[in-house]
Design a protein around this ligand. Structure first.
Ligand code: WQD
Length: 341
């Protein structure tokens, strides 16, 4: 066994895909998920793909006593921390819920790692910390800008807390700043399960094309971009999951050069909303109805990653194309059937 890894939010979108990659690499996986934004049936998908059913604890990590009692006596070589609320809009309406949950659970986990400093810690961060970057592509030393939302602020503050605790306690930590995760495992056994009306572009596209939603609203066609629609760096969730294994192995081999290292995880390529729509229709043969709508408050014009550091230091690059991501997202939507929840 290569080591025992706790995956928090392990029944979630990126967490479940990372659990599958960890199991494939021979790691022992312990999942924690309170099912606040997913379903227990995701465990069946993980088992169907990997042939192993990881242990799952349904606890609220934001509860210090629950977190402590669940982790005491556990030997962990690494923790990959995904569990957090992540709805940008909701965080503006309910900031306290976001700070209490996202920062509370982080600090409870850091309490464990502080007592077990050999346990590597990987944090699910986001390119949202850059806001609208001044220069593209975005490098890791681009300035962190004032957060556009309490959600984004929990990622910024989370990174600062981890860095300070890692320095103070001699921990080994990596923050991974995701660009836009999309797609699903090729088996169509796991994928994105947005609760209610999807806020993110690709799950709305697949639900709309599947007839579960009305036409897609393209938020803004007056951006200063080639076709007027906003640009993002869409990365296949399996590529993203594999980056977590590379980051974990860096920490387990004690190769990190700072207490907390930061890596951007993207493809390095920007795609506009219209390009995503065309890729979807080209890759799947499905047709999508859409229309232009006003810009969405808080959206930035463009973001895509400079991938040099992840490539040179982690030895990781994204492999899957936008078309492949669209095919996998669509196959997952078809597998879900009308079961959007
Ligand atoms: C992508 C583009 C929209 C929906 C958010 C979070 C970020 C991360 C990823 C967690 C934008 C446009 C969208 C729709 C549209 N989440 N769009 N019609 O906003 O880049 O990032 O999700 O870490 O932190 O901020 O992703 O998928 O919501 O939007 O036109 O119905 O698609 O305006 O240009 P975003 P998104």
């Amino acid at each position: 066994m290569k080591g025992r890894v706790l995956v928090t939010g392990g029944l979630g979108y990126i967490g479940s895909h990372t659990a599958v990659e960890l199991l494939a690499q021979g790691y022992e996986v312990l999942l924690v998920d309170n099912l606040s934004n997913t379903r227990a049936s995701v465990l069946d998908g993980i088992e169907a793909i990997s042939g192993k059913r990881p242990e799952w604890l349904q606890i609220d990590l934001a509860d210090p006593a629950a977190c402590r009692s669940a982790l005491e006596g556990q030997h962990l070589d690494g923790i990959i921390h995904f569990a957090a609320y992540k709805a940008v809009g909701e965080s503006v309406q309910e900031p306290l819920k976001y700070y209490q949950n996202n920062l509370g659970s982080l600090m409870n986990l850091l309490d464990y790692v502080s007592q077990h400093p050999s346990c590597g810690f990987i944090f699910s961060s986001s390119c949202t910390v850059y806001g609208q970057a001044d220069r593209l592509p975005i490098t890791e030393d681009a300035p962190v800008k004032a957060a556009e939302s309490p959600y984004g602020n929990t990622k910024q503050i989370g990174e600062e807390i981890i860095r300070e605790v890692a320095v103070a306690r001699g921990l080994r930590a990596i923050a991974l700043r995701y660009f836009n995760p999309i797609g699903a495992h090729a088996s169509a056994r796991i994928g994105e399960l947005p609760l209610g009306v999807p806020q993110n572009l690709v799950p709305f596209i697949t639900q709309s094309a599947a007839g579960l939603r009305g036409p897609l609203s393209v938020y803004g066609n007056d951006y200063p971009t080639e076709d007027g629609t906003a640009v993002r760096d869409y990365i296949h969730v399996v590529d993203l999951a594999q980056a977590h294994i590379m980051a974990l192995e860096r920490l387990l081999a004690q190769q990190n050069e700072e207490a907390m290292e930061v890596f951007n995880l993207g493809t390095g390529k920007g795609s506009s909303v219209l390009e995503v729509i065309h890729a979807f229709e080209r890759a799947t043969g499905a047709s999508l109805s859409w229309d232009f709508a006003p810009r969405r408050a808080g959206d930035i014009t463009a973001a895509y990653a400079d991938t040099q550091r992840a490539s040179a230091v982690l030895g990781w690059t994204a492999k899957k194309s936008l078309d492949e991501s669209m095919r996998d997202a669509w196959a997952w939507q078809m597998a879900l059937g009308s079961d959007s929840h």
